[in-house]
Design a protein around this ligand. Structure first.
Ligand code: SAH
Length: 204
């Protein structure tokens, strides 16, 4: 899988290393293990999906762009099965990962426990509010997209930090958005079309 990601353009050494260190089959249902290393999204229960590895790789590269060493604290919105949180643990110093569905929060905890990763903190809560206790963040990455980027994410981003998230900026058209916080404001780039599950409010 990693060779294929590299053939498709994955270049960042730290991102390549974290993919090599993180076994995707540990995060999917036993019936889907045979497909774990294919470049496809897979169901993880409760109507949610683990994103395609190529999309995850793209987001991680955008998040750590310009950094050779792990970046500071990162906020992940949408823990899901915990796969991306495990990947983030090797490219950042601390990971705060939020999930609104209790069933998935618990599943991620069970998936991550045997890996004994000390710097991932799982939070059951509404990620639309962010997690102020860990702010400011060097990076914020969302695996679910709303109509726009919640103001709380922008507020919790450190100066020099980057936010990578999908957003439906035009009706029915979700795009990948990168926001960099500068000393004077926010610089926003709109990239390719993507297809993520919806960002929803509240905990369930
Ligand atoms: N990164 C995950 C992908 C999970 S899919 C992985 O590696 O498996 C996106 C997740 O975002 C879903 O589990 C969904 O429940 C969650 N989500 C949607 N809206 C949310 C919100 N407001 N706060 C936290 N999680 C949210």
């Amino acid at each position: 899988m990693v060779n294929k990601l590299v053939a498709q353009g994955l270049r960042h050494p730290m991102v390549i290393q974290t993919f090599l260190r993180t076994e995707r089959h540990r995060f999917v249902d036993s019936a889907l293990v045979a497909q774990a290393y294919e470049d496809t999204s897979l169901p993880i229960g409760l109507g949610q999906t683990i994103s395609k590895p190529s999309v995850v790789a793209r987001m991680l590269e955008l998040l750590v762009h310009g950094h050779e060493k792990p970046i500071g604290r990162v906020l992940e919105i949408g823990t899901g099965c915990g796969y991306q949180a495990a990947l983030l643990s090797h490219v950042s110093k601390e990971v705060y990962s939020m999930e609104r569905l209790k069933g998935l929060h618990e599943r991620a905890r069970d998936n991550l426990r045997p890996l004994r990763i000390p710097n991932v903190h799982l939070i059951l809560g509404d990620g639309m509010k962010g997690f102020p206790a860990g702010a400011p963040y060097a990076g914020i990455v969302a695996a679910a997209g709303g109509l726009d980027l919640p103001q709380s994410w922008l507020e919790q981003l450190a100066v020099g930090g980057r936010l990578v998230a999908p957003a439906e900026l035009a009706p029915g058209q979700q795009s990948l958005v990168v926001v960099e916080r500068t000393s004077t404001g926010f610089a926003r780039q709109i990239l390719e079309a993507v297809c993520f599950v919806p960002l929803k409010s509240g905990v369930a």
